[in-house]
Design a protein around this ligand. Structure first.
Ligand SMILES: Nc1ncnc2c1ncn2[C@@H]1O[C@H](COP(=O)(O)OP(=O)(O)OP(=O)(O)O)[C@@H](O)[C@H]1O
Length: 231
């Protein structure tokens, strides 16, 4: 299986603060990778470099063999950990915005996802709760036919009953020509989704592997391995 993403000796500093330190990571095409780590360990910084929003200080990160930029824009769908939709928009405006901006955006699929998430297109973005906003942002990402989906904390604001719905939406929209990278602190809720996991600490990968093999080798769940690593 090919790697859709490869990071080699990737480093990122903000002025004197080093956030990523010679990080190496491969992500297999067609897999769901959980990128796990404590607050401030560098997950969002890594994802922003993959999404082309930040430049590395040194080292490289390639997506499908390309440096993040114009070519990878059509390959990568990025759901940030904050909402960037404008408050004046209705959901229907946000949909049109995505349809205009991304040629791979599938409006019909978006309609199905809105129904599934119980979101009315006439609602204003400003009137949405945190969880509803996350559902909308996730639906906008899942409606793209991107090869690599990057989801930064997709379940942060949703209540436990809606979490399963969101996980179902992710699974139902996954196919082998897609790859997903997910960060989350809700490891127990989401670990069943992971094919592979990478644990990050202080800007470096501490442990990486197949989720099932790691569970078997250590006789522990991914959440228990997380707690053991970051004790
Ligand atoms: N623009 C910036 N300028 C200065 N420091 C930054 C900047 N962005 C991130 N950092 C710092 O980099 C470190 C890693 O942040 P990052 O957001 O990547 O962590 P994270 O693992 O995603 O954390 P969390 O789980 O809390 O979301 C933090 O100490 C943060 O303060």
């Amino acid at each position: 299986m090919n790697n859709i993403l490869e990071a080699q000796m990737l480093s990122k500093s903000f002025f004197s603060k080093t956030v990523l330190r010679n990080l190496n990571l491969q992500v297999r095409e067609g897999s769901i990778l959980g990128l796990l780590g404590p607050n401030g360990s560098g997950k969002t910084t890594f994802l922003k470099i993959a999404a082309g929003l930040l430049q590395p200080t040194s080292g490289k990160l390639l997506i499908g063999g390309h440096t993040p930029g114009v070519v990878t824009k059509s390959m990568v769908a990025y759901m940030p950990d904050k909402n960037y939709l404008f408050n004046w928009m209705k959901i229907s405006d946000a949909i049109q915005f995505y349809a205009d901006f991304y040629t791979d955006f599938d409006k019909e699929k978006m309609g199905e996802l809105l129904d599934f998430m119980n979101l009315n297109p006439d609602l204003k973005v400003a009137a949405l709760s945190k969880g509803m906003t996350e559902k909308l942002n996730l639906a906008l990402i899942l409606a793209r036919k991107a090869r690599l989906m990057i989801l930064d904390e997709p379940l942060g604001g949703v209540d436990p009953s809606a979490r399963q719905k969101i996980l179902d939406a992710i699974v139902n929209n996954f196919s082998e020509d897609r790859t997903i990278i997910i960060t989350t602190h809700l490891v127990r809720d989401i670990e069943s989704l992971f094919d592979d996991v990478a644990f990050i600490a202080d800007g470096q990968i501490l442990l990486q592997g197949n989720a099932e093999e790691l569970r078997y080798e250590k006789g522990k769940s991914i959440e228990e391995i997380f707690c053991e690593l970051y004790r």
